[in-house]
Design a binder for this molecule. Structure first.
Ligand code: ME8
Length: 631
C-alpha cells in the first residue's frame, strides 16, 4: 500500500484571463500547508490546475479570433510561469482539463453512472448564469437573478442528461451531520445543510448549444457540463483509473481548499458524484473568505483585480506571501489594500523580525567576536525556550486546523517576545560587568537560537527569508524538518555573518493623485515650530495594562513617564492584548487635559499609527530613558 499521502487541492482556475491576487491567495495558502506537511515528513500531493472547458472560454476565444485550445494554452502557460513560478508554488501536479488523462476519467465516470441508472436523458428547462456557468430553476432565482452572484440569467430549454442527485439527498444530509469536520467553517456547513434540506433537484450535466467540452460517450452532440468535468479533476490527479497504487495512497483527498462561492459544488454535487461511484468522500472541504477590494470581491468578471506579479516586483516575494497568508483571517473576508501590505511588511518583517536578527548578530559580533557562545546553566535560561515550545504547539494546532494566519500570528508573537527579551536583559549593560559574563553568553546564545528556530518556523510560509536568516546565523544547511524548531539545537562555535537587512523598510509611495509640487499661491495649513513645541511628547514605559470592564475598545494603562506613574485610557483594545503592552515603551502626549473615560481619569494619550484595520503604537526604535522628550 505504501505510506498515505497528504493530498491537498486548490480549485482549478478558469483560464479566461490572467489570474489575480484572489486566486493567488488560495494557492499560496495551499502551498504553505503543503510545505508544512512535507516538513513534517509526510508525503504530499499538492495539485492545482486549470478548468478549461465551457461556453465562457469558448466565447472569449472566439472574441480573440483563436481556437479555444490556442486561447487557453497561452493563458495557462503564463499561470504556470511566471505566475506560480514567481510565487514559488510547490505544486506536485498541474492538471489541465484538456489533457487526455482527464478525458478518459470523465468519460468513464459518465458511462458508469449512466449504466447504473444515476444518469438519464431528459429535457432541461430553466435559467442559466453564463458568468458562473451554473443552471438554476425558477424557484432558486433571487429577484429573477443568479442566487450566487446576483447577475442576470438567461432562459434555456434543451435536451440534456441529468444526474439523479435527489437519490442521494438523505445520505448526504446524514453524512454532513455525522462528520462535523467535513465542511468548514461551520457557517458554511449550516448553509449547505439548509440547502440540502430544502430539497435537491436532479442536475443537468450535459450541453448541446456549444461544443467546447468533453463529448458525452456515445452521444457526441452533448458535451459534459463544465462543473461535472472540473470536479472530476481531483480524481484524475489522484491516479484514479490510471495508477491504482497511487490512488490507494492519495484517496480520499485530505483537503479541498476553495473560495466560499464554490463550496456548494464541492460539498453537495461532488460528494454525491463520489457516493454514486462508491468512493470515499474527501476529508475536508474548506471554504475560505474573499479578498475584497473596497467592499467587493476581487474577481476577473468584475475587473477589479490586482496583479500579484506587480506586487512582487514592487515589494518582494516574501512580503507578498506574508501579507496574503497573515492578513486575511482564514475563513473570513479580508480587504486588500496596498497600505496594509506596506504596514505589515514594515512592522512584522522589517522592524520586528529584521531588527531581531540584525541586533542579535551585531551583539554576538560586538560582545563575543562573532562566535555563538555555549549555553550555561542558569535559573532564567528557560525564558525563551518555554515560549518557543508554546509557539510551536500553537503553530502546529493552527496548521492542523488550516488556520495559516493564526500560525503566523503566533510566530510574530515569538519575534516580539525575543525583542522584549533584549530590552529586559540589556546585553550592552551585562557586557560592562565582567562578573555577568555567563549571563551575557546565555543571552547571546538564546538570541541566536531563537533566530534559528524562527528560520525553521517560517520555512513553510516564506521563501528567501528563512535561508537568508540562516546564512547570517552562520548555518548553511537548509531546514530538513519542522522538528528542528525545538529549542536548544544551535551549533555552538558557529561564526555569524552579518548581512544586509532582511527586509528593507518600504517607504510609502506617494498617493497616485497627489500633485507633484504644492501650489505656491495657496497657503497650506502649516503649523509653526512654536505650535509644535506646545506639545509635551515624552517616552514612557507601560507598567500595567488592564481591560476596562464593559468597554471592548479600551485598555487602561499605567505608564511611567520618568517622574510618576499616570493612568491613560486608550482605545487600542482591538489591536493589543494587555500582555502585549506590558513593558513596552511608548510615546505619550503628557500635557493633554485629563478627561474622565468610563469613570477613569485619563491623563494623556499614546501616539499610534493606523490605517483601516490595523494600528500600531509608536515607540522609540531603541530603548530610551523614561521621560526623554520627543521633538
Ligand atoms: O470557480 N478572494 O474558477 P475561478 C479569494 N473553475 N479567493 C478568490 C478570489 C477572491 N477575491 N477570487 C478568486 C472556478 N478566488 C472554477 C473552479 S474547481 C473544481 C472549479 C479563488 O477561476 C478562490 O479559491 O473562478 C475561488 O474559489 C477560485 O479562485 C475561483 O476561481
Amino acid at each position: 500500500m505504501g505510506t498515505p499521502v497528504w493530498y491537498i487541492t486548490t480549485p482549478i482556475y478558469y483560464p479566461s484571463g490572467d489570474l489575480h491576487v484572489g486566486n493567488a491567495y488560495t494557492t499560496v495558502v495551499a502551498d504553505a500547508l503543503a510545505r508544512y506537511h512535507r516538513l513534517q515528513g509526510q508525503p504530499v500531493l499538492f495539485v492545482t490546475g486549470t478548468d478549461e472547458h465551457g461556453q465562457k472560454i469558448a466565447k472569449s476565444a472566439e472574441a480573440a479570433g483563436v481556437s479555444p485550445l490556442q486561447y487557453v494554452n497561452e493563458i495557462v502557460a503564463r499561470i504556470q510561469d511566471p505566475l506560480w513560478a514567481r510565487l514559488h508554488i510547490s505544486y506536485d501536479d498541474f492538471i489541465r482539463t484538456t489533457e487526455p488523462r482527464h478525458y478518459r476519467v470523465v468519460q468513464s465516470i459518465f458511462s458508469q453512472l449512466r449504466d447504473q441508472g444515476d444518469i438519464y436523458k431528459g429535457v432541461y428547462e430553466g435559467w442559466y448564469c453564463l458568468p458562473d456557468e451554473s443552471f438554476w430553476t425558477e424557484s432558486k432565482l433571487v429577484d429573477g437573478n443568479c442566487p450566487d452572484c446576483g447577475r442576470p440569467v438567461e432562459k434555456v430549454q434543451q435536451e440534456s442528461y441529468f444526474f439523479r442527485m435527489n437519490r442521494y439527498q438523505d445520505a448526504m444530509i446524514e453524512y454532513i451531520e455525522s462528520h462535523p469536520d467535513f465542511i468548514q467553517p461551520v457557517s458554511r456547513r449550516n448553509e449547505m445543510l439548509a440547502f440540502l434540506r430544502a430539497g435537491l433537484e436532479d442536475l443537468s450535466i450535459s450541453r448541446t448549444e456549444f461544443t467546447w467540452g468533453i463529448p458525452v460517450p456515445g452521444d457526441p452532440d452533448h458535451v459534459v457540463y463544465v462543473w461535472f468535468d472540473a470536479l472530476t479533476n481531483y480524481l484524475t490527479a489522484a491516479g484514479y483509473l490510471s495508477d491504482p497504487e497511487l490512488f490507494a495512497r492519495t484517496w480520499p483527498a485530505d483537503v479541498h481548499l476553495v473560495g466560499k462561492e464554490i463550496v456548494r459544488f464541492h460539498s453537495i454535487i461532488w460528494p454525491i458524484m463520489l457516493m454514486a461511484l462508491g468512493l470515499p468522500l474527501p476529508r475536508k472541504i474548506f471554504g475560505h473568505g474573499w479578498v475584497l477590494l473596497g467592499d467587493t470581491k476581487m474577481s476577473k468578471s468584475r475587473g477589479n483585480v490586482v496583479d500579484p506579479l506587480a506586487l512582487i516586483d514592487r515589494y518582494g516575494l516574501d512580503a507578498v506571501r506574508y501579507y496574503l497568508l497573515k492578513e486575511v483571517p482564514f475563513g473570513a473576508d479580508g480587504s486588500y489594500t496596498e497600505d496594509a501590505l506596506i504596514l505589515r511588511t514594515n512592522v512584522d518583517l522589517a522592524n520586528d523580525l529584521g531588527n531581531l536578527l540584525s541586533r542579535s548578530t551585531a551583539m554576538i559580533e560586538r560582545f563575543n567576536g562573532g562566535v555563538v557562545p555555549p549555553l550555561h546553566e542558569a535559573s532564567d535560561s528557560h525564558l525563551l525556550s518555554n515560549e518557543v515550545a508554546r509557539v510551536y504547539q500553537v503553530v502546529e494546532d493552527a496548521m492542523n486546523r488550516l488556520e495559516v494566519s493564526a500560525a503566523l500570528t503566533a510566530i510574530a508573537t515569538l519575534v516580539r517576545v525575543a525583542n522584549k527579551y533584549i530590552e529586559d536583559q540589556q546585553p550592552w549593560a551585562l557586557a560592562r560587568q565582567p562578573e555577568q559574563r555567563e549571563q551575557l553568553e546565555n543571552v547571546l546564545y538564546n538570541l541566536a537560537e531563537v533566530c534559528r528556530v524562527l528560520s525553521v518556523l517560517l520555512t513553510p510560509f516564506l521563501i528567501d527569508a528563512p535561508q537568508a536568516m540562516r546564512h547570517q546565523l552562520g548555518i548553511d544547511e537548509p531546514v530538513q524538518g519542522y522538528q528542528e524548531a525545538v529549542f536548544g539545537g544551535f551549533p555552538v562555535g558557529t561564526h555569524v555573518r552579518r548581512g544586509d537587512p532582511l527586509f528593507p523598510r518600504i517607504e510609502s509611495l506617494a498617493p497616485a493623485n497627489a500633485s507633484a509640487s504644492p501650489d505656491a499661491e495657496a497657503e497650506p495649513n502649516f503649523i509653526t515650530i512654536e505650535d509644535f513645541q506646545k506639545l509635551d511628547l515624552r517616552v514612557g514605559t507601560v507598567k500595567r495594562a488592564e481591560v476596562v470592564e464593559g468597554a471592548d475598545r479600551l485598555l487602561k494603562l499605567t505608564v511611567f513617564d520618568g517622574e510618576r506613574e499616570r493612568t491613560i485610557v486608550s482605545g487600542i483594545r482591538q489591536y493589543y492584548q494587555p500582555d502585549d503592552l506590558e513593558g513596552q515603551q511608548v510615546v505619550l502626549v503628557a500635557n493633554l487635559k485629563p478627561v474622565m473615560l468610563r469613570g477613569i481619569r485619563s491623563e494623556g494619550m499614546l501616539l499610534a499609527g493606523s490605517v483601516s484595520g490595523t494600528l500600531s503604537v509608536v515607540a522609540p526604535s531603541t530603548h530610551l530613558p523614561e521621560g526623554a522628550r520627543v521633538k
